[in-house]
Design a protein around this ligand. Structure first.
Ligand SMILES: Cc1cc2nc3c(=O)[nH]c(=O)nc-3n(C[C@H](O)[C@H](O)[C@H](O)COP(=O)(O)OP(=O)(O)OC[C@H]3O[C@@H](n4cnc5c(N)ncnc54)[C@H](O)[C@@H]3O)c2cc1C
Length: 470
């Protein structure tokens, strides 16, 4: 048993050193050992795993630069944590909260077990602007609709200022060397097999993203300085680099929403661009708050009448959608962007989700799962929340009868066709708006671009009939 009593900092969805309340609390208590636990039994998407590998690598490098390290363990979280606490003779464990039902259940059990063993176990608010239970209606209940929820958030004023990297972190890390018995139980990052090399499908992700806190901070600063001015007018145009690209950084906690808020506020929040951007950031909190109230949001329609929806089964149609071969250019561009970069523009996410759940009448959960596997920002709250929003089965959702026409959406939001031309090169020669209706053009033989997989009017009528019969 070591002759010191360190505190364990348990990193989860908060892979950063700055504005990390749990880390600050751990450092304030004395020597600190940092750990990340990978439970292979918990399902993770391919793109998410790719990002996690880079994120853990970056955090370990940041800790090593300060004289520490990130201890990596593999197995059930409770088993790993109780073993580690015992082996270190730790005084306690600190972590930032998660909001998904299963994670909350695990955290509660771990807290009970640690406390029963005589340790301290403290959870902190590190991943949202406000905790879900802090934003309440006048009657004390949870909000179900975004706009009043957002008004209530704004009435609460500026969220708490972000914390700096804890003063004394280096000393706290140096004071807690990891004993050999622990080192022997640790795993190497490569052993987690988070990045598959056979086949190596991640070239597009590597070219697009750099996981880690430093890269996220740079992304935030560049966005606020260069792209926030004009955000409100351009955020819906997928051909323009108008949005922040911060979603995976927020998902993995390389930046906190409070840091983002304050970076925007430092520039001034009175203008339309800042207001628009902060309300988007608000949707992230609202999605997590909704998940907190409805832990089965990823698997159950929040409007129960949708349980009777006659969703179709169509493996070939689903595959055409996944691969970007529907014959509708804006859909195919989005799905190919997703496959290549692990991301997709928000407007296009809405269009492809509407097409799947309405024109193809496929279950929103099927689309949600594909996104969960392919998005680097795949998020336990934002993904199902937004799928339910588009599919019309969420609490505060677009009505089901609002069916996006992919041609009109393409013409409106990609008027020059630049976005489609980039991702669907086989029809790039079509001029201007004609790119959104390639079946009307005289494409040369051998272009290989498919004809539309579904008639838009027919698909729309089928969807509306199914919905009206609920
Ligand atoms: C069907 C569908 C699935 C989605 N799945 C996810 C997901 O798994 N993970 C995810 O982070 N976002 C998801 N979104 C929301 C949104 O598309 C992305 O957050 C956004 O495209 C990320 O790009 P950005 O960081 O450049 O956004 P910006 O426009 O720069 O917005 C700033 C931040 O606000 C948050 N945000 C913006 N819009 C939303 C929204 N509608 N809901 C929740 N948070 C939002 C994100 O954290 C984002 O990084 C989904 C949207 C749809 C329609």
């Amino acid at each position: 048993m070591p002759d010191y009593a360190p505190t364990i900092m348990w990193f989860r969805d908060d892979l950063r050193l700055a504005d990390n309340p749990a880390l600050s609390a751990a450092v304030a208590a004395g020597p600190v050992v940092c750990v990340y636990i990978h439970d292979p039994a918990l399902k993770r998407g391919g793109a998410e795993k790719w990002w996690l590998h880079g994120a853990l690598e970056a955090l370990d490098a940041d800790l090593r630069a300060r004289g520490g390290q990130l201890c990596l363990m593999a197995g059930a979280e409770q088993d790993c944590l109780t073993w580690l606490a015992h082996a270190l003779g730790a005084r306690g464990v600190e972590w930032n909260r998660r909001y998904a039902g299963p994670a909350r259940t695990r955290d509660a059990a771990i807290k009970t077990a640690l406390k029963a063993g005589g340790l301290t176990a403290q959870s902190h608010p590190g991943n949202m602007l406000h905790e879900p239970w802090q934003v309440r209606t006048k009657q004390g209940g949870a909000f179900r609709v975004f706009t009043p929820w957002w008004r209530a958030v704004q009435a609460m004023g500026t969220p708490l200022p972000p914390l700096p990297v804890p003063h004394g972190l280096n000393a706290a890390l140096a004071a807690a060397p990891v004993p050999d018995a622990v080192t022997e139980r640790l795993v190497k990052l490569a052993d987690l097999s988070l990045r598959s090399t056979t086949p190596d499908w991640a070239a597009g992700l590597r070219a697009t993203w750099q996981p880690g806190e430093a890269a996220a901070r740079e992304r935030l600063d560049t966005f606020v300085a260069e792209r926030l001015p004009g955000y409100a007018a351009t955020r819906d145009l997928p051909a323009q680099p108008a949005t922040s690209g911060l979603s995976p950084c927020l998902r993995f906690g390389h930046v906190s929403p409070r840091q983002v808020w304050h970076a925007v506020e430092a520039r001034g929040t009175g203008d339309r661009d800042s207001a628009s951007f902060l309300s988007e950031l608000g949707w992230r909190d609202f999605a997590h708050s909704t998940l907190f109230e409805f832990p089965d949001m990823a698997t159950r329609s929040l409007r129960p009448e949708f349980d009777a929806m006659p969703w179709r089964t169509d493996p070939a149609g689903l595959r055409a959608w996944q691969r970007g071969r529907t014959g509708y250019p804006i859909i195919d561009a989005g799905m190919r962007e997703l496959w290549h970069t692990g991301c997709m523009h928000n407007r296009v996410r809405m269009i492809v989700a509407s097409f799947l759940t309405k024109h193809l009448l496929l279950d929103w959960r099927v689309g949600e799962q594909w996104f969960a596997d392919t998005l680097v920002d795949a998020d336990v709250a934002s993904n199902p929340f937004n799928w339910q929003w588009v599919a019309g089965c969420g609490l505060d959702a677009a009505p089901y009868f609002r069916i996006f026409n992919p041609v009109l959406q393409g013409e409106k939001f990609d008027p020059e066709g630049a976005y489609v031309r980039h991702w669907v090169p086989e029809i790039a020669r079509l001029p201007g708006r004609a790119i959104h209706t390639p079946w009307k053009a005289d494409l040369p033989a051998g272009t290989g671009y498919p004809m539309p997989m579904v008639d838009l009017a027919g698909g729309r009528a089928r969807a509306l009939a199914a919905w009206k019969a609920l």
